[in-house]
Design a protein. Structure first.
Length: 384
């Protein structure tokens, strides 16, 4: 099997593993602590990631990305097995924090391996598209599996066991397929991120837009399961197919959005529309109740992802339209925005829940996404 195909298959199992955990993380944390504080555990994981990332390139040089990926997969599986076997409050908090700290580092290792497995830059689009497509279908599979495993119950141990076992095929692929190691880029200090955002107006605009998008990705997908399953008491047998539907916009919309930005409208117009749709639908979650038909809830959640898919495509398109492969520093800074969003989003959610409730949290979050996202989008320089 070719290395890049092996990595795409591996990404399917890894993303299915992440999907299983994505949907149950906050409800599972709520069994060990108050719902208002679950976001702080996710923020703790982001802090661990930010502290660890500057040391990761050195580890890659010493051990290689392939070996480190094997270790990270094994550690993730062990953490899930510990959670399933010993679900004490302190163990849940620490294991979940470390699990979410490891996830972006594992993704970084895979980026290096995929880049090394790409024979020429002319194949990058095909390789990346195949890789992402496998991942998107895995998220659909993971959502359906959660619904099947939990049904009317909250037996999270079953999901934890399946999530741990799902890593075995990827582990075996890495063991038996010859995959070259990649060269690690240099990670940027958080102060460099701030300096670039301050001094470059266009980068500041797209950076703020991308940060707003990461804020959404690290808040809404984690806290809607907690709200729907724990507060509205909607069974997972029904939520499974709802969350499977939310992945479809990323599969069908991102490429057409990129084509439209190239040939019809500019990046900024579509990006602003994406944030407007995403923010409005997020705010609409605030008005859902136990009496709201599940179909209506599904529509609202799918619409949030329609906006997110458009905004994500435009953020990626505009950023890589303005940089070349020689702009390693700029790309490195851009990558650092993601863990910063992973830190701020769940922390903000917890603070809002402490002083209010889920309805206000979703409404305020949606309004913030509209104001900040649209303003940032309209501030970028259209270079189409």
């Amino acid at each position: 099997m070719r290395p890049r195909l092996a990595l795409s298959f591996g990404n399917f199992f890894l993303c299915a593993h992440y999907a299983l955990m994505l949907y149950i993380t906050t409800p599972f944390l709520a069994t060990a602590m108050s719902e208002q504080y679950v976001g702080m555990v996710l923020s703790l994981g982001a802090i661990i990631t930010l502290v660890a990332f500057p040391f990761v390139p050195r580890l890659v040089r010493m051990m290689g990305a392939r070996r480190l990926t094997l270790w990270s997969l094994a550690l993730s599986a062990v953490l899930l097995l510990v959670l399933a076997l010993y679900p004490a409050a302190l163990i849940i908090i620490l294991a979940v924090a470390f699990f979410h700290a490891i996830a972006p580092i594992t993704a970084y290792f895979l980026d290096l391996l995929l880049e090394a497995a790409t024979d020429s830059e002319g194949q990058t689009g095909q390789v990346r598209t195949l890789y992402i497509t496998f991942g998107n279908f895995a998220y659909i599979t993971g959502a359906l599996l959660v619904g099947l495993l939990l049904g009317e119950m909250t037996a999270y141990a079953a999901v934890l066991y399946v999530a741990a076992v799902s890593l075995i095929p990827f582990f075996l692929l890495l063991l038996f397929v010859r995959i070259p190691d990649g060269e690690p880029p240099v990670f940027r200090h958080i102060l460099e991120v701030a300096h670039c955002l301050i001094t470059d107006r266009d980068f500041r605009a797209v950076g703020i837009a991308y940060g707003t998008l990461q804020f959404f990705f690290n808040l809404v997908p984690f806290f809607t399961p907690l709200y729907l399953a724990s507060v509205l008491n909607i069974p997972w047998s029904e939520l499974g197919w709802v969350y499977a539907l939310t992945i479809i916009p990323f599969i069908v919309l991102e490429y057409p959005a990129g084509w439209i930005a190239d040939h019809v409208y500019g990046d900024k117009e579509l990006m602003a529309i994406g944030f407007l749709v995403m923010g409005s639908a997020t705010a609409a979650i605030a008005f859902t109740t136990a009496a709201t038909p599940l179909v209506a809830i599904a529509v609202v959640l799918v619409v949030t992802r329609i906006g997110a898919a458009i905004a994500e495509a435009m953020c990626e398109t505009h950023f890589f339209r303005r940089v070349s492969d020689r702009d390693a520093n700029t790309v490195g800074v851009f990558r650092m925005i993601r863990p910063i969003g992973a830190l701020l989003a769940p922390l903000s959610a917890s603070l809002l829940l402490i002083v209010s409730n889920f309805n206000i949290m979703f409404f305020v979050t949606g309004c913030a996404i509209i104001v900040i996202g649209v303003a940032a989008s309209l501030s970028i320089k259209d270079i189409r």
